[in-house]
Design a protein around this ligand. Structure first.
Ligand code: XCC
Ligand code: SF4
Length: 687
């Protein structure tokens, strides 16, 4: 191995020796970013690796999001949705009146606080829906090329799923060949984005009662692009000034994400790259290796990263790596791109959203390869303090100063090899000492809704029946979807974990995606053994019988569509009402930060789910509007929003909602009996 001047520094206990020349560099490169004194890494994150790296960054005087969150407070008026800058007569600020009886403030145009809050909220939905859907469109375009045989290495990997989607699209599967079907599915999926009239094809997968409600309330989504454009139009100055009407159009745009763009992304990715099945993986910054070329793929799309997985295993590349003095090539993921390649290939995850800067601070990252979404611009200035090459790959997401190596969708393997080669070339340029926290955790992931169906029902009769029966019988109290981001305004990972552990203790099974899923992985919740450790006895019994972890990792954020599918399958299985809003279920995003999360929340609410967000809520400046979201919507849609900052209180409210639904279904009694049985059993055991 070539002497790269690196020295293993151990685990957060690294010598005080500074990286050579680094302090100076960080002074320059980070000049624009403040470097405040971060106190107490424990107060920033519950993830041990993150704590160690926060301390390390502080030692090296490198500015990270954790420090900036201390020195820059969020604007209170913007945070509560009370600032309108939709025209140049503003920005107008309409915070709630402080004194009793004071007239409510309005904008220059007369816009009320509720209109302004609703418009701001709606624009978040529009942006979030656009982000997921543009990802979906990219997948559909590549899918179509692949179906036509125009992309070497890409084609139909999961024929079963292709047939299923073709059936869902109403195609004549018996009289069409696989290639013909794939091309047709690709064309139809692409057409969904620009559909001017009618209904999105996947929206017709929802329970019939939900579809009827959407039609009645004019919420049924048409083409994805159309809904987003109309929402942007209606939030323009002087257009839609009825907060309820705005919220309804926001629902159409959000539904066109959940039952449209996101679902298209998930389904077509599964056909092209394989539907996930349970697979082992590992997670946290400890997956980085000092003596290998480390590459992190970060962002959201699997289109290029699928081929980076192949390129990183190419003997030619391994040979090149050895020539440069490395022992091999170590590929890891970050954010949702990580979830995609973890679920399909078992590629380890380096960390979730708030760990992206810290991965570079390890000093061993040879390339940070990003596609789209959730990429912090600060990575560039941190990369400049080290040897790390920050590589952008999407024409939609460039970062000033980063190296751009554009993804050629006609030849992904070639792009992938060039990127891997660039990382290898960079390996000998490492300077200073390595600092890799030793923390990693094992996990079992890959619970597509098809897999859950199969695991529960067995080979002979795949079905959700056992799940429904366990819910009806009370062993499982209900279902929670806990998803979403990390947010530097709250302790990293903590709210996810406190909430989820409380749900498990109360026999609520948890479905998870995104950065929440990664928080669970790091805390050891994604292994079957977690059932005995964290669950109430009912849920523990069910998980142990099937060998399931009590928290099911269902994928990336576009894969929240899998949760919609699973909820629909449970409804269709029977015995738990005839709409998603009848289910003893609830959703949460305790540490959300992105506009995509608001779109996800809104499509869950419009699909009938009680959905709670934590950390902050973007409409609280208008009491009237917030009450409409939290209470008014339940009557109209059967689902509603809520905001609870304290994760234990959040769990309590979700469980109360689940119990309310159990009562309405007449299955609350069954649960009381189970509890009684458990108490008796414990008595017997202790006797
Ligand atoms: Fe981004 Fe999807 Fe949020 Fe994580 S969970 S911070 S959106 S990576 Ni989607
Ligand atoms: Fe102010 Fe109305 Fe313009 Fe908004 S649209 S900035 S409230 S004048």
């Amino acid at each position: 191995m070539a002497d790269t001047g690196r020295k293993k520094s151990g685990d957060g206990t690294a010598g005080k020796k500074k990286m050579s020349g680094l302090k100076e560099m960080s002074g320059n490169a980070n000049a624009a970013l403040e470097t405040p004194d971060i106190k107490g890494a424990e107060a920033k994150s519950v993830c041990k690796a993150t704590q160690k790296m926060i301390r390390r960054a502080e030692e090296l005087q490198i500015s990270t999001v954790f420090g900036r969150a201390e020195s820059m407070k969020p604007c209170p008026i913007g945070a509560e949705g009370s600032c309108c800058k939709n025209c140049a007569m503003g920005p107008c600020r309409v915070p709630p009146s402080k004194k009793e009886g004071e007239p409510a403030k309005v904008g220059l145009c007369g816009a009320s606080a509720e209109t302004i809050a609703a418009r701001n909220f709606a624009r978040m939905v529009a942006a979030g829906s656009a982000a997921h859907s543009d990802h979906g469109r990219g997948v559909a375009e590549v899918f179509l090329l692949a179906a036509k045989g125009e992309i070497p290495g890409y084609g139909v990997k999961d024929v079963q799923k292709l047939l299923q989607v073709a059936l869902d699209f109403g195609l004549d599967v018996e009289h069409m060949g696989i290639k013909e079907l794939a091309v047709k599915v690709g064309e139809m999926a692409l057409a969904e984005f620009g559909r001017q009239e009618g209904e999105l094809l996947f929206a017709r997968m929802a329970p019939l009662k939900r579809q009827e409600l959407w039609r009645k309330l004019n919420l049924m989504p048409r083409g994805i692009d159309r809904e987003v454009v109309e929402l942007m139009h209606r939030t323009h100055m002087g257009v839609d000034q009825d907060y309820k009407n705005l919220t309804a159009q926001a629902a159409r745009a959000a539904l066109s994400d959940g039952w449209g763009g996101s679902m298209i992304a998930t389904e077509l990715q599964d056909i092209m790259f394989g539907t996930p099945v349970p697979i082992k993986g590992s997670i946290n910054l400890g997956v980085l290796k000092e003596d290998e070329v480390n590459i992190i793929v970060h962002g959201h799309e699997p289109l290029l990263s699928e081929m980076i997985v192949v390129a990183a295993q190419d003997p030619e590349m391994t040979k090149l790596a050895r020539e440069k003095g490395a022992q091999g090539i170590n590929l890891a993921g970050m954010c949702c791109t990580a979830n995609e390649i973890l679920m399909r290939h078992g590629i380890p995850i380096a960390g979730n959203f708030l760990q992206q800067e810290l991965a570079i601070v390890t000093g061993v990252l040879d390339a940070m390869v990003v596609d789209v979404q959730c990429e912090m611009q600060s990575m560039h200035s941190i990369a400049k303090c080290f040897h790390t090459e920050l590589i952008t790959t999407s024409p939609k997401a460039k970062i000033e100063g980063a190296r751009h190596m554009q993804f050629d969708e006609h030849d992904p393997i070639n792009t992938a090899k060039k990127i891997v080669a660039a990382a290898i070339e960079n390996f000998p340029r490492r300077t200073g000492e390595a600092f890799i926290p030793s923390d990693t955790n094992d996990m079992v992931v890959g619970f597509s809704h098809e897999t859950i169906n199969y695991l529960l029902g067995g080979t002979f009769r795949s079905s959700y029946r056992p799940l429904n029966d366990n819910i009806i019988g009370g062993r499982i109290r209900g279902i929670a979807g806990v998803v979403g981001c990390n947010n530097a305004r709250t302790v990293h990972d903590s709210d996810h974990l406190v909430l989820i552990k409380e749900l498990l203790k109360n026999d609520v099974i948890v479905l998870t995606t995104g950065c929440s899923a990664m928080a669970c992985g790091k805390a050891g919740l994604l292994v079957p053994e977690a059932a005995a450790k964290y669950c109430g006895s009912g849920l523990a019994e069910v998980c142990e019988a099937v060998g399931l972890p009590p928290v099911l990792h269902m994928g990336s954020c576009v894969d929240n569509s899998r949760i919609l599918m699973a909820a629909t399958a449970v409804v269709k299985e029977g015995g738990l009402g005839d709409d998603i809003s009848d289910l003893p279920a609830a959703g949460a995003a305790p540490e959300w930060m992105s506009e995509k999360a608001i779109s996800i929340g809104h499509y869950f609410v419009a699909s009938g789910v009680y959905t709670v967000f934590g950390t902050t809520f973007p409409t609280t400046g208008s009491r009237i509007y917030t009450e409409y979201l939290f209470k008014g919507l339940e009557e109209e849609w059967g689902g509603m929003w809520d905001f609870v900052a304290d994760p234990l209180e959040m769990a309590r409210k979700m469980i109360a909602h689940i119990d309310k639904k159990r009562k309405a279904l007449g299955i609350d009694k069954a649960r009381e009996r189970v509890l009684y049985d458990m108490a008796m059993r414990r008595e017997l055991e202790s006797a």
